[in-house]
Each structure stands twice: as structure tokens, then as C-alpha cells.
Design a protein around this ligand. Sequence first.
Ligand SMILES: O=C(O)CCC(=O)C(=O)O
Ligand SMILES: [Fe+2]
Length: 230
Amino acid sequence: MMLHIPNVLSREQVTAMRAAIDAADWVDGRATVGSQGAQVKRNRQLPEDSSIALQQGRIIEQALAANGLYFSAALPARTMPPLFNRYSDSETYGLHVDGAARRVAGATMGGPQWLRTDLSCTLFLCDPEDYEGGELVVVDTYGTHEVKLPAGDLILYPSSSLHRVEAVTRGERVCSFFWAQSLVRDDSRRALLFEMDQAITRLRAQLGETPETVSLTGNYHNLLRMWAET
Ligand SMILES: O=C(O)CCC(=O)C(=O)O
Ligand SMILES: [Fe+2]
């Protein structure tokens, strides 16, 4: 399931975030990618351990923690610290799949901690008018989807899908991106739970709490209990 989540950050938050990250030191984006991705990746990123990236990433994490639509769709168990990328001057990221597992920083004595990438997210920190090209193109069993969103909006898509970023031929595309491991690893189960949760919420808004909404809420949680891995 792909989902557009609007207004994750306000205009003011985007402006402040851009001021902070634009002034930081950017490096070659190939630093965080495996060998297949490195062949097709041409962009710049903030280093994973950059204090500005970590500080600004926490603002995104706080915004996501307060976003009911994101929670309902992602059912996040754990999230990688958000990273930041930028593309200009025909930079691009060719067709690739995100690595299935990522090492979480701060490994313990028991060895590294791993996060399974179930969901990939791009949070736009620039507006569509700011640049030409730069569409995020996601290929799944339903076809090819092109995404270019207003600043502050987020797209969530299954990490299992092949995707690419078209060359940016004018201006600059600046985004944050990150991965989440979901309580429910299977995309179709997660999509079913999301649709059910949204429908129950709408029913409750229309009718108030009724014996039926209580029963459906029970069904939702019992399905989640059946499928959740913690
Ligand atoms: O910039 C984007 O929207 C996606 C970046 C991406 O696919 C990646 O870093 O793996
Ligand atoms: Fe990717």
C-alpha cells in the first residue's frame, strides 16, 4: 500500500528545518547504500552521525508520533533515525530496492541490532515548483506511481517495491527519508487493518459509539493481536 500523509510538518517547521540542514556539510549519498544501489545513486546526504541530522530527525520523529494517520498505516514497531538527501544538476537515484535489513546505531555487547525495512518513507522539504524532474517513481504489482508532494507531506510505500528518483534538471529537491519496521510485516495484512481502522473511525464519527463499533473495534484488535510481531 502506498499512502500520502499530508502536513506531517507545518510550513514553519519546514522553513526552520531547511535553514538548519542547508547550512550543514553534505556528503556523497553512496555512503549509506549497498553495491547495487551505489551503481545508480547520484545524490548528496547528511552523514548518518551528523548532529544536525540527528537533531532535525528527532523533530520528524516527534511529528510522526503525533500523527494518527501515519500510526494507523505504518503500525510502526521501530523506526530508523531519519536521513536527509538532496538532488540537483541532473542528480538521480536509479531503479533499486532498499536493503531488507539495516543496522541500528549504538550496537550493544550482544552484537548489532537489526531493523527489518517493511516501509520506506520520503518526507518532502521543498515544493514541486522548486525543481524540475525528481519524481519518486514506485513500481508495484498495480503499476508505476509517480510522486511529487508539497513541502511537509510524506509518502509511505512498501520497502519491497522497486523505486527510483528521476533526474533533477532544474532547481533542487530536498527531502528526508527513513525506514520503519512494522508490527505487521505483511503489506496486504497491514493494508487491511488500515482500511478497517479508518472505516471504524468514520463510523464512530457518524454514529457515536454503538454496540457494532465496539464489536468491530474488538475484531480490529484481535486481528492485530493475531498478526503483530513485537
Ligand atoms: O529520495 C527519495 O525520495 C528516495 C530515496 C531512496 O530511495 C533511498 O535513499 O533509498
Ligand atoms: Fe530507496
